[in-house]
Write a protein that binds this ligand. Structure first.
Ligand code: HEC
Length: 121
């Protein structure tokens, strides 16, 4: 191995992804940010920030919490093919083994919170 590249934590590199500083440490949106970093940041940007370019930005111009009914957004995350189906779709399913119901609640809380914190790149 030639080199190990250590990337600083995404919250530091991508400040526009962070929830509001005033939120308590145990706020659902704050936990949801951690869930987002574990599961979604590898493919999606948020507020135009992030390294991934695989899927659409999850806040601008519109948050999926604004244009999907919440139960449909949850359906999409659990298995995108259960919401809209086409052969070349690339987003994987996140079943309860990967993403608990509590994680999904926190993730939705984070996305809703960020809908109120839009930043244009
Ligand atoms: C392996 C890459 C990948 C990962 C990981 C991923 N997505 Fe996606 N996502 C995509 C792609 C690509 C699309 C576009 C539709 C498609 O091709 O499946 C998409 C579409 C979406 C959409 C629909 C947007 C729209 O307007 O149609 C939402 C919402 C979404 N992703 C949320 C998430 C969330 C939340 C997570 C984390 C739990 C996540 N994605 C993880 C690749 C990914």
């Amino acid at each position: 191995m030639a080199a190990i590249k250590v990337q600083a934590d995404p919250a530091a590199r991508f400040p526009a992804m962070r929830p509001a500083a005033g939120l308590p440490a145990n706020a659902p949106a704050r936990r949801g940010f951690a869930v987002f970093q574990r599961n979604c940041i590898s493919c999606h940007t948020l507020n135009g920030q992030g390294d991934a370019k695989v899927g659409p930005d999850l806040n601008i111009p519109h948050s999926p919490t604004e244009y999907f009914r919440e139960d449909m957004l949850r359906t999409l995350v659990r298995n995108p093919q259960n919401l809209r189906r086409w052969p070349q779709a690339k987003m994987p399913a996140f079943d309860a083994k990967v993403l608990s119901d509590a994680d999904l609640d926190d993730l939705v809380a984070y996305l809703k919170h960020m809908a109120g914190r839009k930043v244009s790149p």
